[in-house]
Design a protein around this ligand. Structure first.
Ligand code: HEC
Ligand SMILES: [Cu+2]
Length: 358
């Protein structure tokens, strides 16, 4: 007979503790205390996202209640009716119509109660107020374009909105299905070629909100990011006024001027629009609709580019631009901006010029 009274070996203890320690580590990783994650869906910053968040927590606490009651009943039954020597079979309830109707009805009522605010929310959260600021969003592999039809502004990557103002995004895609997701402001919604979907957004605090394409859309899907910047109304008006101006033309003989010439000679203008205004001696360089890249007229006013992926952490804007112009598909796999085989000198001049576009 083995001696069962001897102390348990240390290995046994470790085997028991390790999974528990692992589990608590895992749980702390998704801890609610850590809300500095910029794409945290539990950190609403506007009335629409707050409503979603409220729905989530309502369902969560109802589920917690159900869990506690059901698990409690199971544990109670397991302990109370456990098999013991000499114990008779407990009373059986199978076929008890009253009981079965009760425990079918209770979950049905709970689900109905959850359904009312949920279904109402589903419709409300995809409908715009009539007075909302209109922004048209077009998805491209792999960046978002924003048009403000009321202001005649076209921009990319950074969507600027006024704080405390309902915004209505009308969205479509030029290529494949994308999805626009700003967790702090609303849930995600598809951008579908040939269709228009609608996503209301509203920020109640000024700030920068991170967004991400939420639908796998090809090689650089994970690098298809965006920023939503919410500004106080006066700063928003100033932004609009600034975006409506044309950039200053570069002085002939400067590196920036040569950069503009390289832009024209190297075929960049086939994909990118740059507009110096109707009175400019430079031709209006607006790109054709087909296969277009981001509008560059106000490029230097955007602090992130290439789908809000650049500059990367620890990289200056110039370093990021140099890496991008040298070999875009190397920076963003599959990028539809080709490697144009630019020399370092051309890249430097192009950067000088690009930074005048404000
Ligand atoms: C065949 C089309 C095409 C050509 C030619 C092209 N680009 Fe691009 N460019 C793109 C596309 C598409 C993107 C967006 C890529 C992404 O973010 O995935 C882009 C992005 C950029 C960006 C970042 C803009 C932003 O706001 O995100 C800059 C700057 C840029 N291109 C400059 C140039 C310059 C300078 C040239 C010429 C040397 C050039 N491009 C030639 C298609 C093109
Ligand atoms: Cu996408």
């Amino acid at each position: 007979m083995p001696d069962t009274t001897r102390r348990r070996p240390l290995g046994h203890l470790v085997r028991r503790i390790l999974p528990l320690a692992g589990l608590s580590l895992l749980l702390s990783a998704c801890s609610l205390v850590r809300i500095d994650n910029p794409q945290n869906a539990w950190d609403p910053r506007g009335p629409i996202a707050e409503r979603l968040d409220g729905l989530f927590w309502m369902v969560f606490w109802i589920a917690v209640g159900v869990f506690v009651v059901v698990q409690g009943a199971i544990i109670f039954a397991v302990v109370k009716f456990r098999d013991r020597p000499g114990r008779a079979m407990p009373k059986q309830v199978h076929g008890n119509a009253k009981l079965e109707i009760t425990w079918t009805l209770i979950p049905a009522l709970i689900l109905a109660a959850v359904a009312v605010p949920t279904v109402r929310g589903v419709f409300d959260l995809t409908r715009c107020d009539s007075g909302a600021l209109q922004v048209n969003i077009t998805g491209h592999q792999w960046w978002f374009e924003y048009d403000y039809p009321d202001y005649g502004i076209t921009t990319a990557n950074v969507m600027v909105i006024p704080v405390d103002t309902p915004v209505c995004a009308s969205m479509t895609s030029e290529d494949v299905i994308h999805s626009f997701w700003v967790p702090a402001l609303n849930g995600k919604r598809y951008l579908i070629p040939g269709q228009t979907t609608v996503l209301p957004l509203e920020a109640s605090e000024a700030g920068e909100y991170w967004a991400q394409c939420g639908e796998f859309c090809g090689l650089s899907h994970a690098l298809m990011r965006a920023r939503v910047v919410a500004l106080p109304p006066d700063e928003f008006d100033a932004w609009v006024a600034d975006q409506q101006t044309y950039p200053a033309e570069p002085e002939p003989g400067t590196p920036a001027f040569e950069g503009l010439q390289i832009f024209q000679q190297r075929g960049c203008a086939a994909c990118h629009g740059v507009n110096y205004g109707p009175d400019s001696e430079f031709t209006n360089l607006l790109a054709p609709d087909a296969f277009n890249g981001p509008e560059l007229t106000k490029f230097a006013t955007r602090d992130v580019f290439a789908g809000a992926y650049l500059p990367r952490d620890g990289e200056t804007r110039r370093e990021a631009l140099a890496a991008w112009l040298a070999n875009p598909p190397d920076v963003k796999p599959g990028s539809f901006m080709p490697n144009l085989g630019l020399t370092q000198e051309e890249i430097d001049k192009l950067i000088e010029w690009l930074e005048t576009l404000k």
